[in-house]
Design a protein around this ligand. Structure first.
Ligand code: DGT
Ligand code: CA
Ligand code: CA
Ligand code: ZN
Length: 575
């Protein structure tokens, strides 16, 4: 089940959306959105808090605290129910379409009685939006494009949501008597950025107790299939889960088979066939005698095929079989090899937690160093000033080395302007230990201008990392268009690292971009872009993405000892 914090976050966000759709005060909408985020990111379970405790959460005032208490007490909030009654659920779905805001959603509902994405798609096909006030031809095209983007992401679920569900189920099934092994497999184990469904495996002699437990699991909304070998369910949030129970002796072969990918499995099966063997989810067998040769562990199965064990994140048939046969598989970067985070925020800008809290939480993770990189002045909503950032620097220096000797770097996240210009003059930038530079506006420049803009940022001696380079949002915004080969070459030439942003809706650069950039000899920074303490744990998604891009620890600057990192930050070359 979702944490109470997440339930309340969703509820307050829904309320904000409903207020916006019904033409409510923009200030009120913002206030509820901020409170929703703050509660979702709050490290304490809110169901243990009273009114006073709730009001200690940033952006939570008296009136919001009362609504939260009402929800925790009764399971609903009267004012939210009132608004829900006025607005069909489908209208709220509309504002999830990129480029379609609440005002337009309301107009579509009132003027054309549209109350679902499907109805909207039909209306666009019939060219019905063109005459609506405030809807030009371009708007209609933009909305059509937004719907396409949303459908492309389609039924696939973001990695982190699927992982949360999978971990709950694994914990639940592992506790059942007779469970010898339990793990998730499929695209989730391969850390793909979105997953179609969750595949869970159990090794046990008897399957019924596990199948029954999944069917009866509290989050199961629908049982799609219920049998002795496989049970499939759908959760209340629409995520499908497949459970398979294997004989304990087949564990390794089953895990290998159901981890996939299909393309990787075709390769392993072909190798087996060439050796006169047969590979299935039950084991590796001699094709003639049918004798089982390997099945208990994945290592055993790969070894009998003449291969080393291959990390799941590499199993995409992108050259891993060839590399394994040559003995040249990369030693992929792991979460444990990360020594520090180089892109994080505090409540000085849009983070939720104060500096001391973020620093203490980073030290808890055992980091050797940690950079704070709040937003720079061009992102004017954040109201950054020279005075504020310099005051933060003093505060940060006072905390340097205080927690377990963890060293602090004072940085900023700069905004790359349309011509590649940055927020502060060089003299001021020189005062930072580290600068991340990111695109936060002007996403639709043409390819040449976008490329020049990024290359200029790389050429600035004070820019060390390009943050979330593509600036895509999974399922919501396509990345910007640039000549990436030119950008990657510029990064390598100037000693500028590319970020692998770990926020689960970004994962930017993505695996394929990383593979391409790596060929230019670029270095990478796997960072969380944390806006709260909880986000520090997002690192695992960035590391998974980095692994899918074949990165080793040596490719990633924040696995390096601080001395080597500082040489890189001096920007004298690719490090
Ligand atoms: P997804 O769920 O779309 O994100 O991707 P996967 O890779 O989890 O695919 P899924 O759930 O259909 O199947 C899980 C794994 O089971 C898949 O990666 C490989 C294996 N598998 C399933 N069907 C086949 C098949 O027909 N042939 C082979 N070789 N493997 C299969
Ligand atoms: Ca799957
Ligand atoms: Ca499946
Ligand atoms: Zn950031």
């Amino acid at each position: 089940m979702a944490r109470p914090n997440e339930e309340v976050e969703a509820l307050l966000q829904e309320y904000a959306d409903l207020v916006a759709i019904t033409g409510g005060d923009a200030f009120k909408v913002r206030a509820y959105e901020k409170a929703a985020r703050a509660i979702g990111g709050y490290p304490v379970d809110i169901s243990h808090l009273d009114a006073e405790g709730l009001r200690e959460i940033p952006n939570v005032g008296r009136s919001i605290a009362e609504k939260v208490l009402e929800y925790l007490r009764t399971g609903s909030v009267a004012v939210v129910e009132e608004r829900r009654a006025r607005i069909p659920a489908g209208v709220r779905e509309l504002i999830a379409i990129p480029t379609l805001g609440p005002k337009k959603a309301l107009r579509l509902h009132e003027d054309l009685h549209i109350s679902s994405v499907a109805q909207l798609a039909d209306a666009i096909a019939a060219d019905a939006l063109r005459d609506l006030k405030g809807f030009g031809e371009k708007t209609q095209d933009n909305i059509a494009h937004g719907i396409a983007l949303m459908r492309q992401a389609g039924a696939r679920v973001p990695l982190h949501l699927a992982l949360g569900t999978a971990e709950e189920i694994v914990a639940e099934l592992s506790g059942i008597t007779g469970c010898k092994r339990c793990a998730y497999a499929g695209s989730l184990r391969r850390m793909k950025e979105t997953v179609g469904d969750v595949d869970i495996l159990v090794a046990a002699e008897r399957s019924a107790p596990f199948m029954d437990a999944l069917a009866a699991w509290p989050s199961t909304a629908e049982v799609i299939a219920h049998g002795p070998k496989k049970t499939s369910i759908r959760t209340g949030r629409g995520l499908q889960v497949d459970l398979r129970v294997l004989p304990p002796d087949s564990w390794g072969a089953g895990l290998q088979y159901f981890t996939g990918s299909k393309a990787h499995n075709i390769r392993t099966r072909t190798i087996a066939v060439h050796e006169g063997l047969k590979l299935s989810e039950y084991g590796l067998f001699d094709a003639e005698s049918g004798r089982s040769l390997a099945s208990r562990t994945e290592e055993e199965v790969y070894a009998r095929l003449g291969l080393p064990w291959i990390p799941p994140t590499l199993r995409e048939d992108r050259g891993e079989i060839e590399a394994a046969l040559r003995g040249e598989l990369p030693q992929v970067v792991t979460e444990r090899s990360i020594r520090g985070d180089l892109h994080t925020h505090t409540d000085l800008t849009d983070g939720l937690a104060p500096l001391e809290t973020m620093v203490a939480a980073a030290a808890e993770r055992g980091y050797a160093y940690y950079a704070v990189t709040d937003h720079a002045p061009r992102l004017y909503m954040q109201r950054m000033t020279d005075e504020k950032i310099l005051a933060q620097r003093e505060q940060l220096r006072a905390l340097d080395g205080v927690h377990r000797g963890m060293r602090l770097l004072h940085g900023t996240e700069l905004n790359i302007g349309p011509d590649g210009e940055l927020d502060w003059p060089d003299g001021f930038l020189a005062g930072f230990d580290l600068c991340v530079a990111s695109l936060h506006s002007h996403f639709d420049l043409d390819r040449r201008a976008m490329t020049r803009r990024l290359v200029r940022a790389c050429e600035n001696p004070h820019v060390h990392v390009i943050g979330h380079p593509r600036t895509r949002l999974i399922g919501r915004r396509a990345g910007v268009d640039a000549d990436w080969d030119e950008v990657f070459a510029a990064c390598a030439r100037t000693g500028t690292a590319l970020e692998v942003n770990s926020q689960p809706d970004r994962l930017d650069l993505c695996d394929e971009d990383i593979l391409r950039a790596k060929r230019y000899g670029v270095r990478f920074a796997v960072d969380t872009d944390a806006h709260s303490v909880l986000h520090l744990a997002y690192l695992r998604y960035g590391v998974g993405t980095a692994q899918r891009g074949w990165l080793t620890a040596d490719d990633v600057i924040n696995t390096w000892p601080l001395r080597r990192l500082r040489r890189f930050l001096a920007k004298s070359g690719p490090g």
